[in-house]
Write a new protein. Structure first.
Length: 588
């Protein structure tokens, strides 16, 4: 999740742990490390592998692992094996079948609609923007789940065929979750995922009880049960949630490491939900479950992600001692992992602990304008005294941007004053970072009230822009670049605002790409219909992009609001304030 880069909300609950220099004034963006844990969500396991295609060594696994008395309708899945061949048949077809039906994957389909879906993983691929600019597309209604249920899961499948069938389930769920199918309607997507999960549960039980299955194959069946139940439970199936908790509790001490690990992740998720629900015992339960974890030779991304979530949740609820214990376990188990991804996740999650107090106070300041500046001063001074490094500085600069968005100027000034006091201008990397951010802030202040000349900039080739497009209108001007698709994620939000008064509101973009970027082709391929002016970025000039510097652009999305008289009246980083700003302008 990106802070200040997701239109519709400004996420503020986790640490902003990274800046990326993009323009001459230091445009930065920030990530958070967070996986939502519903009462029974085993989404973390989507990163793991099941059996076939897994590079881990076979475990000495016990075929007689415990299992619950649950009917197939009680359980389901979110596992997606780490298998990249998307030419395989879709889920739940008998191996070798050619009838793709309604679940066939459309590789060319865009993924922009995925973010609207609860509990589905976001697409990590660079988005195509075809559907991003069409807000009211109609999806033909089909009984997709019923169609899936008509597919045959034969009782005479061999264990090998069942494992292949389960892998097809995982591939279909991955493709649906990442937007690579023709399914766009959230209801259709939810129904299809539920149907696949139920089918996968049935196949998992069949594999677990198959007379010819070996121990490793039966383990795959048991893990499939855990994962399928998790997905159904995350979709609100209470019966599946109960079955999942029972299954995980029964197998917590399984001699099979993968089964015990999966079960522990499930139970940590339940405990975190109990904590959120007000349970007094849940925090200690989380700690005890984490203490019982053992390192594995394999890349254990699901486990490290769950520990990161546990540390963050405990910290958010003010349970600093327990959060510190989890942090210690996180570093002990995974800080020196041979897998660089695991080690980095552990380091990032552990490194945020020092900001816990500051983050909680920042949330309070953003929610309540009565918090005394002195409290923020104390926290900032403590951070700078304890950790006078670039990570702390970046955290405070990001915090100042949030404070600016929420109109807390006294806190912004205090932050910059303390930063400058601790890092006076001396041409060091940290001092330059602070100065760049400060100059950008001053530029944003200066641009408000300035006249904007639409004729000063060229228009993208093959686009037209005339005075009638903007004169006498409220103009929403998103800054964007082809190399940063996130910069265009706010467009649907702008279109929603424009639809309230289409004759009085215009969308006119400002493109910041370099001279040789394929901007014209990008516009054509992605069907970007609003006109955009062009301010060419340079890698050699003293200022990377003059208009970005003039507007103090430091993060994306970034929207300038220009009134009917051509004056810049507001800057918006999130889409939160646009309705109020535009309504006030139209009322004048």
């Amino acid at each position: 999740m990106w802070k200040l880069e997701t239109f519709g909300e400004v996420a503020r609950t986790n640490v902003f742990n990274r800046f990326h220099r993009i323009t001459g004034i230091g445009m930065f963006r920030h990530q958070q490390l967070s996986i939502p844990v519903s009462s029974c969500l085993l989404a973390c396991l989507a990163i793991g592998c099941l059996t076939v295609g897994c590079t881990s060594k076979p475990e000495n696994e016990n075929a007689n692992a415990a299992q619950p008395d649950a009917s197939p309708s009680n359980e389901s899945d979110l596992l997606r094996v780490s298998k990249s061949d998307e030419n395989l048949p879709p889920a739940n077809l008998a191996p070798g079948s050619s009838d793709l039906g309604s679940a066939s994957a459309d590789k060319d389909a865009g993924s922009s609609d995925v973010e609207e879906l609860p509990q589905t993983p976001p697409s990590t691929a660079a988005p195509t923007l075809d559907s991003m600019f069409s807000l009211n597309q109609e999806t033909p209604k089909k009984d997709l789940a019923s169609d899936l249920n008509r597919r045959q899961l034969r009782k005479d499948f061999t264990p090998e065929e069942l494992i292949e069938w389960l892998e097809f389930c995982d591939i279909d769920m991955r493709n649906i979750g990442s937007g690579k199918t023709q399914l766009k309607d959230p209801v259709d997507i939810s129904r299809m995922l539920e149907a696949i999960a139920k089918k996968k549960l049935e196949a998992s039980e069949q594999l677990l009880n198959h007379a010819d299955a070996n121990e490793q194959q039966k383990t795959a069946g048991l893990r499939g049960q855990l994962q399928s139940l998790s997905h159904l439970a995350s979709m609100g199936d209470l019966k599946s949630a109960k079955a999942l908790k029972k299954l995980a509790t029964t197998n917590l001490n399984s001699p099979i490491p993968s089964v015990a690990g999966d079960s522990r992740i499930v139970l940590i998720g339940f405990a975190l939900d109990s904590l959120r629900g007000g349970s007094d015992k849940a925090a200690n339960e989380v700690v005890e479950l984490v203490k019982s974890m053992q390192p594995t030779a394999n890349a254990d991304i699901p486990a490290v992600l769950m520990l990161a979530e546990a540390r963050q949740t405990l910290s958010d609820y003010g349970m600093i001692d327990q959060a510190a214990e989890i942090r210690g376990m996180l570093l002990e188990l995974y800080g020196n992992s041979s897998d660089p991804t695991v080690a980095k996740i552990a380091a990032d999650a552990a490194g945020t602990a020092k900001f816990d107090r500051a983050r909680r106070l920042l949330d309070a300041i953003l929610d309540n304008d009565q918090v005394a500046v002195e409290r923020w001063t104390d926290v900032v001074e403590e951070l700078l005294n304890d950790s006078p490094d670039i990570i702390t500085v970046q955290f405070l600069l990001e915090s100042s941007l949030h404070l600016e968005v929420f109109n807390r100027p006294a806190f912004v000034k205090t932050t910059y004053d303390l930063l400058t006091e601790n890092f006076p201008p001396n041409n060091s990397t940290i001092a330059n970072e602070i100065e760049a951010a400060k100059q950008a802030m001053l530029a944003r202040q200066k641009i408000i009230g300035a006249d904007f000349d639409f004729t000063q900039y060229p228009v993208i080739v093959d686009q037209d822009l005339t005075s009638s497009d903007y004169q006498g209108k409220v103009v929403l001007m998103p800054f964007w670049a082809t190399q940063f698709p996130v910069s265009l994620q706010i467009i649907p939000r702008l279109m929603q605002v424009q639809q309230k008064a289409p004759e009085q509101i215009a969308i006119i973009g400002m493109n910041l790409d370099s001279e040789n970027s394929p901007v014209r082709e990008f516009v054509a391929v992605n069907k970007i219909t609003f006109p955009s002016m062009r301010s060419v970025s340079s890698t050699t000039g003293e200022v990377a992009n003059p208009v970005a510097a003039e507007f103090g652009l430091v993060s994306m999305p970034f929207v300038a609001v220009i009134d009917q008289k051509g004056k810049v009246v507001a800057l918006d980083f999130s889409g939160l304030q646009l309705d109020e700003i535009v309504e006030d302008l139209l009322a004048k």
